[in-house]
Design a protein around this ligand. Structure first.
Ligand SMILES: Nc1ncnc2c1ncn2[C@@H]1O[C@H](COP(=O)(O)OP(=O)(O)O)[C@@H](O)[C@H]1O
Ligand SMILES: [Mg+2]
Length: 365
């Protein structure tokens, strides 16, 4: 049976996989810097001009009153073995983007290509093989794990759904999965509520990797955990990436966490990507005013360097009837008339030969 769960025989040592090993958190205060990729690989995932809209209903007859453009014209790629970090404030569309990629939500337009195949027109049956390849890890595993099922049953389910193995083989695979994520074999007989938050996230991770996916969408996987537990779970994700050559879309509102695990980072604001580039580059040379606002909000150990940019306060807009032109203009210290009417496109501002660094701003900042 070739479709077994995790074992340690892959021996893959791609550049990005080595990079993930180097990023393990030894001590949170002296963590080594991320090692960059050595060259571009063809994309595993290609998201092109993706749009996901929700009708906003109101009134007695619940008629559609407005449209929430949660994901509005988003394009991004993820290479094999790569981690793309996705950062933005709550409500900017990060979860909606991930759910649209795994087709928990249907897009209003655009395409999601996985290894070259456009998933958007596929039927449920045609999508099934791709559901093995793309998995999701959620913020709160308590919500995503069936509390009435034992951990063994939860972890066996992906194999049952995909008709893999005998009952005996599945028991063996579940035991191996538990071992891989650092839980004892006897955990199979217990229920999710008997575990701590960190242990429950290990169960969520075990379920996500059961079918050996190529891409895992991690939606705020450590945001609900204590800081001390966060690094253990991040290290587990990095080890799994190295051993299984996983690609991650790693979503967080915490730039410090994202920087640590990501090869590249995309910054999202009200349904749109406003800046995307190499993780180190985004940190060293943040260009979009919104990225600078986010970075200014990350506490700097040196108090003299804190709050480098004057943040313009004001109502935080929503993707329901967002501001015209550049969505940031009501909060941007540099906004001019043009920004109120014309939406800037993402343009590459990197020096020739350097990896792409794209920014959606009218100005050279
Ligand atoms: N199922 C839904 N129905 C209607 N609106 C939704 C739904 N899911 C999300 N939204 C709206 O879409 C926007 C983006 O939400 P979300 O993707 O959850 O943001 P994030 O994950 O960045 O916090 C929000 O304004 C949210 O209210
Ligand atoms: Mg979310």
């Amino acid at each position: 049976m070739s479709a077994g769960p995790v074992d340690s025989d892959s021996g893959l040592q791609a550049p990005a996989a080595r990079a993930s090993a180097d990023r393990r958190i030894v001590d949170p205060t002296t963590a080594p810097a991320a090692v960059g990729r050595t060259g571009p690989a063809p994309p595993l995932l290609e998201v092109d001009r993706l749009r996901t809209y929700f009708p906003v209903r109101g009134g007695v007859f619940l008629t559609a009153k407005a449209i929430c453009k949660a994901v509005d014209d988003v394009s991004l790629n993820i290479a094999p073995g790569e981690t793309l970090g996705l950062v933005g404030e709550s409500g900017c569309g990060k979860s909606t983007l991930a759910k649209t990629v795994v087709r928990l939500l249907k897009p209003a337009g655009g395409s999601v290509r996985f290894e070259g195949t456009d998933l958007a027109p596929l039927s449920r049956r045609e999508l099934k093989p791709f559901r093995r390849e793309i998995q999701m890890i959620f913020q709160d595993p308590a919500d995503s794990l069936n509390s009435r099922q034992s951990v063994g049953k939860i972890l066996e389910e992906p194999f049952v759904v995909h008709r893999l193995g005998s009952a005996e083989e599945r028991r063996l695979w579940v035991a191996r999965l538990l071992d891989t994520v650092g839980l004892p074999a006897r955990a199979a007989d217990r229920f999710p509520f008997e575990f701590s938050g960190g242990q429950r996230q290990r169960i969520g991770i075990a379920r996500a990797i059961a079918l050996r996916p190529k891409l895992v969408l991690c939606d705020e996987p450590v945001s609900a955990l204590d800081v001390s537990i966060q690094s253990q779970i991040l290290n587990l994700l990095l080890d799994l990436q190295r051993d299984l050559r996983l690609s991650y879309l790693f979503i967080s509102h915490d730039l410090a966490v994202v920087k640590h695990v990501s090869d590249r980072i995309a910054i999202m604001y009200l349904g749109r990507i406003v800046e995307i580039g190499e993780a180190d580059e985004i940190y060293a040379r943040p260009l979009h005013p919104y990225t600078r606002i986010l970075l200014a909000a990350v506490p700097d150990p040196d108090p003299r360097k804190r709050r480098r940019l004057e943040v313009v306060e004001g109502d935080v807009p929503t993707p329901i009837n967002p501001p015209s032109g550049c969505h940031l203009h009501p909060r941007c210290p540099y906004a001019e008339d043009r920004c109120r009417v014309e939406a800037p496109v993402l343009r590459d501002v990197s020096p020739s030969g350097a990896p792409p660094h794209r920014v959606a701003c009218h100005f050279d900042l």
